[in-house]
Design a protein around this ligand. Structure first.
Ligand code: CMP
Length: 142
């Protein structure tokens, strides 16, 4: 089915000038970028986005990292977009990420792991709404 997923290019990959290379991976895999913007997250925005992880020991470091510099946020649309994007990204820990995935190629550690992607259609809808208004999402056909 055609799905939408939410993606973040994290501060490490933005700082290393990898935005274009990562967008090329999405588009080459058949995903279409239907919304996109650069944002420097506030502490409150990052804490709200990652609220489900608030009890985890890495939460403070996660929020600190995600607010350390600008990120790119985008909505990707395509066939099985949620799983397709997770395959493009590779495992959360770059040490376990398959060859040719974004984390294998661009991530330095599990904390600074280059990209975020939604883990399910339901979380994708919530994450998209957290960052984008309806008018900011621009599918090619309507
Ligand atoms: P992300 O998909 O953005 O969701 C939460 C982030 O927490 C995750 O990617 C990792 O970058 C980071 N993180 C740090 N330590 C862990 C861990 N032990 N398990 C899962 N995520 C972790």
């Amino acid at each position: 089915a055609i799905e939408r997923t939410f993606s973040i290019i994290k501060p490490d990959a933005v700082a290393k000038n990898h935005i274009g290379a990562i967008y090329n991976r999405f588009e080459s895999a058949g995903l279409t970028i239907i919304a996109s913007k650069m944002v420097h997250l506030s502490k409150e925005q990052a804490e709200g986005f990652y609220a489900e992880h608030s009890a985890r020991p890495f939460f403070g470091a996660l929020v600190s990292f995600m607010t350390s510099g600008p990120v790119m946020v985008q909505v990707l649309e395509g066939e099985n977009a949620v799983l397709a994007n997770r395959e493009i990204m590779g495992a959360t820990n770059p040490a376990e990420a398959a060859r040719g995935t974004l984390r294998a190629d661009y991530a330095a550690s599990i904390d600074e792991n280059a990209v975020h992607g939604s883990d399910a259609v339901e979380s994708a809808a919530r994450e998209i709404a957290y960052f984008f208004s309806a008018e900011e999402v621009c599918p090619r056909t309507r």
